[in-house]
Write a new protein. Structure first.
Length: 219
């Protein structure tokens, strides 16, 4: 069924390949698997099949979401820097304007390290797929900064979960109010903020890339 050969460059490596008999056996197993799937689906109506496929997608999405892990990282960690670069690239792509993180409401590494702040990265299968940060101010106020979710991880509810995680960390740091600003092109983010209780307020900083400023009281 299988032929094992020593590697050409490194004799310690073993290359495993299916033989013609192994390929034939694999084809037969695929045929039987397809036949079993067809036997399960045949009694169902087209509407029932559609519901079943939809349910399978929901299960896959929920299992994937459960695999995401949110961890605090140093803002200069390679994974954090990768997420931030992707975030800046998306801002420029969607707005059509250059984004300079060094002007306006900054979030430099020293501002995102405890006790001044905190940064987190979300991982899916060991790959960084989202990030967010906190920047603390006097008066029990914390700004939520640099919140971003990769395209590949959207649809998993990760944005909502990430925001809740950041709010919980802000509360543990003593914050009673969370604030954030955002660009008008980030309509999905604006909808999320409003759906979890953020209200629009007058500008509280001089961020030139922002169009909306939001605030929320933290329990």
């Amino acid at each position: 069924m299988v032929r094992v050969d020593a590697g050409e460059r490194d004799r310690r490596v073993r290359d495993a390949r299916l033989t013609p008999a192994g390929l034939a056996e694999l084809a037969e197993l695929d045929r039987r698997s397809d036949a079993l799937a067809e036997s399960l689906l045949t009694p169902l109506t087209p509407e029932q099949r559609e519901r079943l496929v939809g349910a399978m997608r929901d299960v896959e999405r929920l299992l994937t979401a459960a695999m995401v892990e949110i961890r605090p990282v140093d803002p200069e960690h390679p994974d954090a820097r990768q997420c931030l670069r992707s975030y800046f690239d998306e801002l420029e792509r969607r707005s059509g304007a250059a984004f300079d993180p060094l002007i306006g409401s900054t979030a430099e590494p020293q501002e995102l390290r405890p006790p001044a702040g905190e940064m987190v990265v979300a991982y899916l299968r060991a790959e960084p797929v989202a990030c967010g940060a906190l920047k603390h101010f006097p008066g029990a106020v914390t700004d939520i900064k640099r919140m971003w979710v990769a395209d590949a991880a959207r649809g998993l509810g990760l944005g909502r979960r990430l925001l809740a995680d950041l709010e919980a960390r802000a509360v543990r740091a003593g914050a009673r109010t969370a604030r954030l600003e955002t660009n008008a092109t980030l309509v999905e983010a604006i909808a999320l903020y409003r759906s979890v209780g953020y209200r629009e307020v007058p500008a509280f900083n001089d961020e030139p890339f922002a169009d909306h400023w939001f605030e929320k009281g933290l329990g």
